[in-house]
Ligand binder design. Structure first.
Ligand code: ATP
Length: 196
């Protein structure tokens, strides 16, 4: 029997290409849920923001919005604080993501911390994007205007993707150009959708 609801996680380390892959998936006409977008919406919610202020202190800009820079500086230099931020945000993010994926259909979900949050069991299939660390550092420093040292620190806070049991997942090696990334992504979508 064909499954009516299929949830597919798209994960990988920071700067690995999750958003780029998800844009390709959207171009192919599939529904994509973004945990980053859900998180961003959550951060605009006043009462949620207040709970973060009580936990982390001075993290707001003068206009009362969140200073991502201040929050990042706090959590990326203290593992306990990062764990606490994840403890507060993950349940809210996953609740909303699951709600958005609750109907009939095939849903792809861009989710950065799948393994760290132990969310594997919520998904039917998992796509893992692997990308050379040097390429990731170069992308993050450019995109987020941070130093190489800070980029390394963020990467080191995530799970070691080299130690995954790859046979359990659909893996995209994003070490070539964007044309190749598109080709590999479409091949994997075809494989997953046909396997259902
Ligand atoms: P984050 O975890 O920080 O959200 P991400 O995994 O979503 O990152 P992307 O934002 O998709 O990663 O990619 C990081 C940067 O690298 C982007 O600027 C993207 O355009 C670029 N990029 C990704 N893959 C490739 C590629 N194969 N060739 C060239 N540039 C790429």
């Amino acid at each position: 029997m064909t499954q009516n609801n299929i949830k597919i996680a798209v994960t990988g380390g920071i700067g690995s290409g999750k958003t780029t892959v998800c844009d390709i998936i959207k171009e192919q006409g599939y529904s994509v849920i973004s945990c980053d977008e859900i998180y961003n919406r959550l951060l605009r919610d006043k009462s949620f923001l207040n709970s973060l202020v009580s936990e982390f202190g001075h993290i707001l800009n003068g206009d009362g919005t969140l200073s991502r820079k201040k929050l990042s500086e706090i959590v990326f230099s203290d593992k306990d604080k990062l764990a606490r931020l994840n403890e507060i945000t993950h349940p809210e993010i996953m609740k909303e993501a699951l709600k958005q994926m609750s109907g009939n259909g095939v849903y792809f979900c861009e989710i950065p911390l799948l393994f760290e949050g132990e969310f594997e069991a919520l998904f039917d299939k998992i796509i893992v994007i692997l990308r050379d660390k040097e390429l990731r550092v170069a992308s993050i420093t450019k995109r987020d205007d941070i130093s190489e040292f800070d980029a390394q620190k963020r990467i080191n806070n995530q799970c070691d993707y080299d130690n995954l049991e790859f046979e359990k997942y659909y893996v995209i090696h994003n070490d070539l150009d964007l044309t190749n990334l598109k080709r590999m992504t479409i091949e994997i979508i075809d494989k997953i959708v046909k396997a259902n």
